[in-house]
Ligand binder design. Structure first.
Ligand code: KG4
Ligand code: ZN
Length: 347
């Protein structure tokens, strides 16, 4: 559905809502790049008790928090609802019950106020987080999206126009971090914990595999690496050898980083790009960032990355993505629904 309202040179202010997993978030974003507020209510402490996200608990907590988080986003921005040009919301992919809370709230606000509704793809949000702190970044560029649920290598041809070069065949990168962290006794959420403990470890201590997918050069596969870590832990246990947590963490992390960097550099070269960006929770990993920094510098490529708070789930990134949809005149009807397996590029 398209709306008549186009923005010309006027400011466009968007209230954005995100509830696809375990953060209840709302933000006010102006012109896609200026964050007036960014409120994130994390449920991580609650899910830590269970070693991972429990969907039913996530939905219930979103319901409890969403109205307050939205009110706080408007308050912090010093604005009221009628100052908004659009209400944006993540409608997929994600946990269906969690997504529904944000989608229902956004539809209700849009219906009551008459302000247009824009449904946003969660991964498009992660990619768009790069526009917030890098005012000069414009497509085309290659983006590596690595989160708890997704690992995609994407060519961003224009705003909202994506070509998926590679995706994971099994576990997402963040999922592998979380599973390995649990296996070596670090607990949930695994990514930040592995990142921290790896600083004390030797990344060359254990040789873990760097998986290649034979028929698709840019696809990823992390389940073999996860199994290799589990096999290593089992064999140490059987031999009565005590593992060094930091060495296993650092060696696992290096194996993930090597594959991500290798695929990214190959894509940049093949497509002749001079700009590269990363996005998603794993994009805040310090080893990944520094390896990409080095490799991009060596090749004269501009490297873009959001700051850690904009890498993990937030609503400011949804507001950034929604702005470019708004400029195209995109607007959703009140039949907008949560789509848990929404594909990038679907409307
Ligand atoms: O993007 P995100 O917040 O949620 C999804 O859309 O999935 O990503 C969460 C994922 C988790 O798997 C978490 O362990 C991982 O990102 N993560 C990290 C780091 N910080 C978060 N992985 C590696 N290193 C980190 N510093
Ligand atoms: Zn995410």
């Amino acid at each position: 559905m398209h709306i008549e309202k186009t923005c010309g040179n006027e400011d466009v202010t968007i209230l954005a809502i995100e509830s696809s997993c375990d953060e209840t978030a709302a933000a006010v974003v102006r012109n896609g790049r200026q964050v007036l507020s960014n409120i994130i209510s994390s449920q991580i402490d609650l899910h830590t008790l269970y070693g991972g996200v429990v969907p039913e608990i996530a939905s219930r907590k979103h319901i409890e928090r969403i109205n307050q988080v939205i009110a706080e986003a408007l308050d912090t921005a010093g604005l009221v609802l009628k100052d908004m040009d659009a209400i944006a919301v993540t409608y997929g992919p994600g946990l269906v019950g969690a997504l529904l809370v944000g989608v229902s709230a956004a539809k209700a606000i849009s219906f009551a106020s008459g302000i247009p509704l824009i449904g946003v793809h969660h991964i498009e949000g992660h990619i768009s987080a790069n526009y917030i702190e890098n005012q000069e970044l414009e497509p085309p560029y290659v983006c590596l999206v690595v989160s708890g649920g997704h690992s995609h290598l994407v060519r961003v041809n224009d705003y909202g126009e994506y070509e998926i070069l590679g995706r994971t065949r099994d576990d997402a990168a963040g999922e592998a971090f979380d599973k390995v962290a649990r296996a070596i006794g670090l607990g949930y959420p695994g990514g930040p914990k592995i990142d921290k403990v790896s600083k004390e470890g030797n990344p060359e201590a254990v040789k873990f595999p760097r998986a290649k997918v034979a028929d698709a050069v840019y696809d990823f596969s992390f389940s073999g690496l996860k199994s290799a870590v589990l096999n290593y832990l089992n064999s140490c246990e059987m031999k009565g050898i005590e593992i060094c947590q930091a060495d296993v963490a650092a060696s696992f992390q290096k194996a993930v980083v090597d594959v991500l960097v290798d695929h990214s550099m190959q894509a940049i070269q093949e497509y002749g790009m001079n700009k590269f960006a990363i996005a998603g929770g794993v994009a805040s990993n310090s080893a990944l960032r520094s390896a990409l920094e080095t490799e991009c510098a060596r090749r004269g490529i501009r490297f873009y990355h959001p700051s850690p708070v904009l890498c993990t789930d937030n609503a400011a990134m949804i507001g950034a993505a929604a702005y470019y949809e708004y400029r195209k005149g995109v607007c959703h009807g009140y039949d907008l629904n949560a789509v848990p397996n929404l594909k990038l590029g679907d409307r």
